[in-house]
Write a protein that binds this ligand. Structure first.
Ligand SMILES: *Cc1c(COP(=O)(O)O)cnc(C)c1O
Length: 229
């Protein structure tokens, strides 16, 4: 592990190389630096080195960081979100990547409307069907999108998934491919107000495979900040 700036440069280079290798534009892939459990000074280092989007999992922890670091970067909620915490998330985050129920979407809509804002979200899909994972089952996706479509103040921009952990990233490939295929299958029936432009998939160990399979957002923590305590 090098410094945060070195790690970041290396990751950006790998994103770029892999995108070009499969004929994609590197600028179509957003790096979300995952800063859960990382202390403020190290997050500052990453921002100084060029990070523009930060991903956080825990609401209370994120609120403290945002109050110190402010809105010069975009904050994405990537962790499981309870309905009663939505009121803290909507004002400060630019995207919620972990929407997995109508109830949650309704609460986000309500809170956003109160603030006169609109917030972008992704729908988290449980592609692997593991019971411990959050996310809607693939067959629940379209019915959920149809119910979210009329809600104001919330804009669905794509899908997010988290495959099981494998030490060999090739084993994650079928899950990334399934998310792509689910998007393709859903597109013809998509309600007007919804777009599925974004696929958020790929983490430190498997983001290059995810890029090959069409990721537009990769969520990377350990490879930038080092192992979490
Ligand atoms: C922690 C986390 C990541 C980052 O994982 P790394 O392996 O450290 O890159 C990505 N996505 C989600 C949803 C996470 O909780």
């Amino acid at each position: 592990m090098g410094t945060i700036a070195e790690n970041l440069a290396r990751i950006q280079e790998r994103i770029q190389n892999r995108a070009l290798k499969v004929g994609r534009k590197p600028e179509d892939i957003t790096l979300v630096a995952v800063s859960k459990t990382v202390e403020i000074s190290r997050i500052k280092e990453a921002i100084d080195a060029g990070v523009t989007t930060l991903g956080e999992n825990y609401v209370q922890e994120a609120r403290e960081k945002i109050s110190q670091l402010g809105q010069e970067v975009s904050w994405h909620m990537i962790g499981h979100l309870q309905t009663n915490k939505v009121k803290y998330v909507v004002p400060q985050f630019s995207m919620i990547q972990s929407v997995d129920s109508l109830r949650l979407a309704q609460e986000i809509s309500k809170r956003a409307l109160k603030l006169g804002k609109s917030i972008d979200v992704l729908i988290q899909v449980n592609i692997s069907g593991e019971e411990t994972k959050s996310g809607v089952n693939p067959e629940e996706l379209l019915p959920l999108l149809e119910k979210i479509a009329p809600l104001k103040g919330i804009k669905v921009k794509g899908l997010m998934t988290m495959p099981p952990f494998f030490s060999d990233p090739e084993r994650a490939r079928p899950y990334f491919r399934k998310l792509w295929q689910l998007r393709e299958k859903t597109l013809p029936s998509l309600p007007d107000s919804i777009s599925l432009t974004h696929l958020s998939m790929g983490m430190s160990g498997d983001f290059e495979v995810a890029i090959e399979e069409g990721a537009t957002m990769v969520r990377i923590g350990t490879a930038i900040f080092g192992e979490r305590k």
